[in-house]
Ligand binder design. Structure first.
Ligand code: FE2
Length: 200
């Protein structure tokens, strides 16, 4: 018999060019910002610091925004989108031990994602859930060992230096930071963003 997979949900991930160098540069900047500006109240209802969302307009974060644009342009090509991407907004997150991000989506964007600056052991992975209503109502008993494309929830390990991008409508969240490290050694630091499609 034949089979086709329709309505795919693409998830893209890649490492930046020089992860160690970039993260060594970004961490002190984000840490200083977190001492200066109070937290926004968004998806971080599980605690943690959420920066203002104008990070994409700040010159000092260009080494990261350049990497994000390069990847987003590759996705536009792969997914057959044109004209070009624009960065709608961007923000930094610090999940202190015990904090998490509840399941959510990113309305009014085309692609969303995260970049990982600092990920202590057990500080929480990203989970994505089947976005279709049907498969969340009918949950058949199935064999173990099925391919990932058939799962209902998939966990993506957070890896320092990795960018992950997915459709903004894909429900996702971040597990609790269960790090046992003390002080900033236990901080999980990431950057989130929303890409939109803009005119030439
Ligand atoms: Fe998110």
């Amino acid at each position: 018999m034949n089979r086709e997979i329709l309505f795919p949900t693409p998830v893209y991930f890649k490492m930046v060019q020089d992860p160690k160098k970039l993260n060594k540069y970004l961490f002190p900047l984000i840490k200083a910002w977190s001492k200066k500006d109070k937290s926004e109240e968004k998806t971080n209802a599980g605690g943690g610091w959420h920066s203002p969302t104008d990070m994409n307009k700040k010159k000092e974060y260009e080494p990261l925004t350049d990497e994000l644009f390069t990847m987003q342009e590759e996705i536009f090509k792969d997914f057959g989108m044109e004209p070009k991407p624009g960065l709608g907004n961007m923000w930094a997150n610090i999940n202190y031990p015990g904090s998490y991000n509840k399941q959510h989506m990113h309305p009014n964007a085309s692609w969303s994602g995260a970049y990982y600056v600092k990920v202590p052991k057990k500080s929480g992975n990203l989970f994505v859930e089947d976005p279709r209503p049907g498969p969340n109502i009918i949950l058949p008993r199935r064999l173990e060992g099925l391919p990932k494309a058939l799962w209902r929830v998939v966990i993506y390990p957070a890896i320092e230096g990795q960018i992950i991008m997915f459709p903004a409508w894909l429900p996702h969240g971040v597990e609790v930071n269960a790090s046992k490290e003390k002080g900033e050694k236990g901080w999980r630091v990431s950057v989130s963003f929303n890409f939109i499609q803009v005119r030439e």
